[in-house]
Design a protein around this ligand. Sequence first.
Ligand code: TRP
Length: 336
Amino acid sequence: MCKTICFLVLYGDMKKKLLSGIQPSGTIHIGNYFGAIKQFVDLQDEYDSSVFIADFHAITTLQDKEELSKNIIDIALDYLACGLDPEKVCLFKQSDIPEVTELAWYFNCLTTMPYLERANAYKDAKAKNKEVNVGLFDYPILMAADILIQDADVVPVGADQKQHIEYARDTAQKFNNTYGETFKLPEPLILKEVAIVPGIDGRKMSKSYKNTIPLFGTDEEIKKAVMKIVTDSKEPSDKKDPDTCNIFALHKLFLKEDDLKNLRNRYTQGGLGYKESKEMLLKEILDFIRPMREKREMYANDLNKVRTILADGAKKAKLVVNEKMKIIRDNVGVNI
Ligand code: TRP
């Protein structure tokens, strides 16, 4: 018994610390699930994981009180439904740890404007003539604070976020050079897109292309999206090429190898219409999400439980953060 506990304690200590933030930005779709969330859930055993809802980051672009609160709850429900296990992962809300904004301030005072002007997200916004608020301009520094305040070893992000991790590393180094060794340098864990999930028009599934299949839509919404998948105009009796078919590309996410092989044969032999293929896909999707949907409903009917999960997560995160902030304030010189 004692041996087991010792082993667990030791093993627990050996796990690397993983941290990631998710922006609460509305309805998630099948592309989000297979492109990111799933891998994320798969990592929760391997690492000492913390995942937080980046609501401070969201208000750089969303300043509607009702919508923000709803999005925060929704993203918590989505992740819990998709399998994020609060027993394994410390799940919390960024705004419950306001110390990150204090740390971001210390970092701001070490950061130059030209350095932040080189950030891709900022350059994109400028190129589109968007008005950039100071919060959005400072986005990478707040993100650096999120990561460094927790001494994270690895940060799983999509390839588009890699520059942000470089900003966090640079900022840690700047602080260490100025005030003495304080932060470790985090590593990015770039999630391979296991599948580039195509949208209903064949382009990458993305909210901005309006070609998504919602993960937690109603049966009707999902059906509507599936039936709109773009195909060529072959007749049911025609032979078809599965490898250029948008419906088949989506079947690949849901079918087991054998079933996929059978379907491939039906495509190449002719006799399978696109309508039938879509109906099969719809069933696969609905079967797949049924247990997740049930879990989501269970949590949605008990929002206090969700609030408790987030509050417990924040409490746990605070233990680490409070210790770290003591050292940081000492090193900056505001502790007298
Ligand atoms: N920028 C991330 C995104 O848009 C969200 C985020 C905020 C984050 N802070 C973070 C991710 C810290 C990882 C670590 O998805």
